[in-house]
Design a protein. Structure first.
Length: 266
């Protein structure tokens, strides 16, 4: 068994065992919200999988029993001072999730509890998503920060569930329960509980790891070629409209002080 504990205070763990790479988002006290360092480490693991032929599949999960990942840690946004900070952030998200989505090996998200914002983006970038009865997925940004999805996330989620459902999720800012998530394509399978989730994710990982790798790779690449995405440049005006707004600052302050935001559309 090959084990690596990396990132600040071991916020993201990676274990390679018999061809299965297990990635654990290890901030249960923060509902596994992502720091910028965690995004970069996830990209590094995917890039390692691209080089290391002993890695056959990656399984992603959140530590604890409350969340897969609750998006980006809101404290990361407090340092934003310029429009370029917003562009750099969304460029990071586009780049990291692009690396995850195009990773050479199949990727499986084992999702228990909350899977929201950036966490739902990570799950959507995986090839397979297994949930439990407690799984709740969505992008509640219209009632929290007033920001917007990265352009790659818009394209990715639209490809999964269609434009009308994307608008429904964003406009209502609601979280989708496991049954509905499975019916619309956000989840590929639902199991009863966390213990069953771990077992089932391992079963699927071992099954997939034993199949022909070139067939799996060709399928991933063919599907990717079918999906047209907005470029970063095509979406920069939308990113700046949200992140440089008074509403975003209001949403950030309201979230951190635990009050309802007062939106002005400015």
């Amino acid at each position: 068994m090959d084990q690596e504990l990396t990132g600040r205070e071991d916020d993201l763990l990676f274990i390679l065992d018999d061809g299965i790479g297990r990635v654990t988002f290890n901030r249960p006290q923060a509902r596994n919200a992502f720091t910028f360092e965690m995004y970069e480490r996830l990209a590094e693991i995917c890039e390692r999988a691209n080089r290391d032929q002993t890695i056959k599949v990656l399984v992603l999960r959140g530590a604890g029993d409350k969340a897969f990942a609750a998006g980006t840690d809101i404290n990361q946004f407090r340092a934003f001072k310029t429009p370029q900070d917003a562009l750099d952030y969304e460029n990071r998200i586009d780049r990291v999730l692009g690396i995850l989505e195009t990773c050479r090996v199949p990727t499986i998200a084992a999702i228990n509890g909350a899977c929201t914002g950036g966490g739902a983006g990570i799950a959507a970038a995986c090839d397979l998503r297994i949930g439990t009865r407690s799984t709740r997925m969505g992008f509640p940004i219209a009632r929290t920060l007033g920001n917007c999805l990265s352009m790659s996330n818009v394209g990715r989620i639209t490809a999964l569930i269609g434009p009308a459902r994307v608008k429904d999720l964003i406009f209502t800012a609601r979280l989708v329960e496991a049954g509905e998530a499975a019916s619309v394509g956000l989840l590929t399978e639902v199991v009863d509980d966390l213990a069953t989730l771990d077992t089932r994710a391992d079963e699927i990982a071992r099954l997939v790891a034993g199949n022909a790798p070139l067939t799996l790779s060709a399928t991933k690449q063919a599907v990717a070629r079918l999906q047209k995405r907005l470029t970063r440049e095509e979406g920069e005006d939308l990113i700046l409209m949200c992140y440089t707004s008074r509403d975003f600052r209001e949403g950030l302050d309201a979230f951190l002080t635990k009050r309802a935001p007062q939106w002005r559309g400015q």
